[in-house]
Design a protein around this ligand. Structure first.
Ligand code: G4P
Length: 563
């Protein structure tokens, strides 16, 4: 086939090479395939997901192995180097610095077996959990990593709550089988009990720790033998029949006997795996492996691309939007500040929900009720960012922004719908912010507003006396806010602890009752950043009492609710 002249362009984030002004043949073929790919095909080949875990369970290690399989990175260690580690508090500057670096790894796009995978990173540090909650609003499914020694930990429980609210499909990966961990049946029971989701093992470990010999795939009915390997991507030996004597030879008689016994038990206790139950968030398939040894990761990835959902439909204030609608729409789920204080540029992360996003087009900014031109959209591919011309449902686009966009904003081709399901959750620690420099009041207000728009923390302004209280998930954020206000806005503040247990968004079907409640609890009523009414409860016991005394008032722990 002759080289064919076409205008220079980049498509789907791929770079093209030219010879004498002509596209090289293989790139021409690629170009043709993509040019004629329909919206439906683009949707079907995408999987957008996040990996969540309690810190140290192995999220970063697993991410890295997945990227190795996708060919997105060439050597182990590349993701690790930009990881936010659990630093001591005095090291928070380092964390902020790494947050800057982590923009590049916020979204990692890679191709695996013709599937375009968008992996959304979530911060490892617990103090930034709210970032993780928001990222979960932009994914279609989740892989949850659990340490087989520690079992279900606190952070995992919280993250699972967010997944359950949205019925997000979850796959569990029980990690570190090369260590002496807990009994696998016990782990499964704990997942069901603590995470309130049914499980269905799809693979099963053959012994563990020093005696770990591999896993049996209950899905493919085959045995994968374990060969410790930190860097290479190897496949284990496969034997197809669990009853064959080859199994005894390979894993030892006692391991083989135990495996046959376990498998019989599993098949007796757990119902057949049903993909629809998984897609509805009712059942979590479970895999066992060792991420650092690259064991069980390929099986996980292969099953993931087979069963995980392509971009799904999403609720808005007006109607449910299907991804294959021709008109573009999407929402902002994350804002990342530029680390350079001289330039207030921010990157807004836009999840595309329907239609095709085209760079240079005008889109409708629903909150601001105006049209905006997006000429500098960026796609995320593994560790790089590059300018893109178009993006499809499931893709995440980075938009450089000087203050037009905030978390939760919807962009469309004109329809005035707003994506729902991106709520704020009640923070856990509350402190009053006090201005230490009256000359810089304006800067402080601007700084606070912008930091809140980035989602660094939540601001509650009391109705009485205009007191401003900042709520965060982790204490570290106060230091971050204080530093950034000083550094970027020249505003000095101090924080004063408040005796607050929860921020509860309040509503009532009866407006008169709501007014009465507000009047009687005036000192505890504040407004959130969107002006919504919030009751600042001082303690659990007190909140319960108030709830009993005011049965006509609804108390909500997230900012989005149905009355
Ligand atoms: P996180 O992102 O969830 O916080 O966890 P991360 O991947 O950083 O893993 C935490 C620690 O657990 C790391 O050790 C990592 O090497 C180790 N790890 C991950 N997967 C496995 C596994 O399958 N088996 C075993 N035994 N360990 C595993 P570290 O000492 O903190 O870091 P490093 O020095 O190994 O890099």
């Amino acid at each position: 086939m002759e080289a064919t002249p076409v205008p220079a362009l980049a498509c789907c984030g791929e770079r093209f090479s030219y010879e004498n002004g002509y596209l090289k043949n293989q790139h021409f073929n690629y170009f043709c395939t993509h040019l004629f790919m329909t919206l439906e095909q683009e949707i079907q080949k995408r999987r957008t997901f996040g990996i969540i875990s309690h810190p140290d369970a192995g999220k970063t290690t697993l991410t890295e192995k997945l990227l190795l399989f996708g060919g997105a990175i060439q050597k182990a260690g590349a993701v690790k180097s930009s990881k936010i580690k659990d630093h001591a508090r005095s090291d928070w500057m380092e964390i902020e610095k790494q947050r800057g670096i982590s923009v590049a790894t916020s979204v990692m796009g890679f191709n695996y077996k013709d599937i375009k995978i968008n992996l959304l990173d979530t911060p490892g540090h617990q103090d930034f959990a709210e970032d993780t909650y928001r990222t979960l609003t932009a994914v279609d499914s989740v892989i949850m990593v659990i340490d087989c020694v520690k079992g279900v930990e606190q952070q995992t429980e919280k993250l699972m709550e967010v997944c359950r609210m949205r019925s997000t499909p979850v796959i569990c990966f029980i990690n570190k089988l090369d260590r002496e961990g807990r009994d696998p049946f016990e782990l499964l029971d704990e997942i069901e009990e603590k995470l309130n989701i049914k499980v269905r093992p799809l693979s099963w470990p053959i012994n563990m720790g020093k005696g770990f010999r591999g896993v049996y795939s209950l899905y493919e009915k085959s045995v994968h033998l374990f060969t410790p390997s930190k860097v290479t991507v190897e496949e284990g030996v496969e034997i197809k029949d669990i009853d064959s004597s080859q199994l005894d030879e390979l894993v030892g008689e006692s391991n083989a006997r135990q495996l046959r016994h376990d498998v019989e038990l599993i098949e007796g206790v757990y119902p057949e795996f049903n993909v629809d139950d998984y897609l509805e968030g009712k059942v979590a398939p479970v895999f066992f492996g060792s991420a650092v040894n690259n064991f069980g990761v390929k099986e996980l990835l292969d099953t993931f691309i087979r069963i995980a959902p392509p971009p799904i439909n999403r609720a808005t204030t007006l109607r449910v939007v299907e991804p294959d609608e021709k008109k573009f729409s999407g929402f902002v789920f994350k804002i990342h500040a530029n680390m350079d204080p001289k330039h207030r540029n921010r990157i807004a992360f836009l999840r595309i929900c329907s239609g095709k996003f085209e760079r240079g087009s005008n889109y409708f900014h629903v909150r601001q009720d105006k049209s905006i031109r997006f000429s500098n959209a960026t796609a995320f591919m593994a560790q790089d960012r590059e300018t893109i011309d178009e993006a499809w449902p499931g893709d995440i686009v980075g938009i450089f922004d000087t203050g037009n966009l905030k978390i939760g904003d919807t962009l469309t081709e004109g329809e005035k719908l707003i994506y729902t399901g991106i709520p704020s959750f009640s923070p856990e620690i509350f402190k009053e912010v006090q201005n230490l420099d009256a000359m810089k009041t304006k800067q402080l207000e601007k700084g606070l507003l912008q930091l809140m728009e980035e989602g660094v923390a939540q601001l509650f302004t009391y109705e009485l006396g205009n007191k401003k209280v900042v709520g965060v998930v982790g204490a570290l954020q106060f230091e971050v806010i204080q530093f950034r206000l000083k550094n970027e806005y020249s505003a000095s503040v101090q924080f004063v602890s408040q005796n607050i247990y929860k921020a509860c968004w309040i509503s009532s079907k009866d407006p008169k009752k709501l007014d009465e409640f507000i009047a009687s609890k005036q000192r505890h009523i504040a407004r959130d950043k969107d002006g919504k009414l919030v009751f600042m409860a001082e303690s659990k016991g007190w909140l319960q009492m108030v709830q009993e005394n005011f049965p006509d008032i609804q108390f909500h722990f997230t900012s989005e609710f149905n009355d």
